[in-house]
Design a binder for this molecule. Structure first.
Ligand SMILES: C[S@@+](CC[C@H](N)C(=O)[O-])C[C@H]1O[C@@H](n2cnc3c(N)ncnc32)[C@H](O)[C@@H]1O
Length: 245
């Protein structure tokens, strides 16, 4: 009896929210996979990636909602990643491919990285492939109708919840700063931007490309903005000046 070869785990970026922003390759992989995994939603709600892909899935496909707790506790995280990797390995070792759908891009602050690294640690023979997706800073620029960067401009991207201390440095160094994970720390960020007189040149984007998308241009009068988790700021530290030279 020959053993089945091991299946492949495909990490697939499914874009920022609008299901039409899934790439053709991601869609082909999603539709052909026997097993489709994604981060579970919280409190019984659909997960973000799950909501984006649900219309492309069929009832014959196994749908695997994996738990990735929202905590900084390293031990809780490591345990959750181990459990998730075991759930996925159950299918891979029997020769079944698994597609893991990740909101935005798979290599950009994505849970896919934790899943892939844990699988590689415990099952080194695992086969993994990544398919990129449209990430949130690019989606935000599109819905704002601005170029994110031009010419020699320097871009800094900070997950500011974890790096507020670096915000001032980024503002000194970069021409454009994008701040992710900003919702719970918005008030502090607003004060730093005020100090640097950048509020006029700052945009907030909630749920870019989703039907509930909101855009706020010029944050000067908005110290109390209540942003959801899926929101970001674009700060034009040095406003774009197109030069022909
Ligand atoms: C864990 S990171 C995931 C990034 C994602 N993998 C990507 O490619 O954009 C989550 C943060 O990305 C940002 N984000 C993701 N999708 C967004 C969207 N549609 N609109 C605004 N911000 C978004 C928010 O700042 C959120 O706190």
């Amino acid at each position: 009896m020959t053993l089945p070869s091991i299946g492949t785990l495909y990490g697939v970026g499914v874009g920022p929210g609008d299901p039409e922003l899934i790439t053709l390759k991601a869609l082909r992989l999603l539709e052909s996979a026997p097993v489709v995994a994604f981060p579970a939603g919280v409190k019984g709600r659909l997960g973000r990636a799950q909501g984006i892909i649900s219309q492309w899935l069929s009832p014959e496909q196994v749908q695997l909602a994996l738990q990735f707790p929202y905590t900084a506790d390293r031990q809780i995280l490591a345990e959750a990643w181990k459990i998730a990797s075991e759930q996925v390995w159950c299918y891979l070792r029997r020769g079944r491919n698994v597609v893991f759908a990740s909101e935005g891009d798979v290599s950009f602050y994505s849970t896919f990285t934790y899943l892939a690294q844990t699988l590689q640690q415990f099952y080194p023979e695992v086969s993994i492939q990544a398919t990129p997706g449209v990430c949130s800073p690019l989606s935000a620029a599109a819905v704002l109708g601005i170029p994110l960067t031009i010419q020699a401009q320097r871009l800094a991207i900070l997950p500011v919840l974890h790096s507020l201390a670096h915000l001032e440095t980024a503002l000194l160094w970069a021409d454009v700063v994008v701040l992710l994970k900003v919702s719970s720390i918005y008030r502090e960020v607003w004060s730093v931007l005020q100090k640097h007189q950048l509020l006029e040149h700052s945009f907030a984007v909630e749920n870019a490309t989703k039907p509930e998308q909101m855009i706020y241009a010029d944050l000067s009068d908005r110290p109390q903005l209540q942003l959801p988790y899926f929101s970001l700021l674009v700060v034009q530290v040095k406003p774009h000046q197109l030069s022909i030279n």
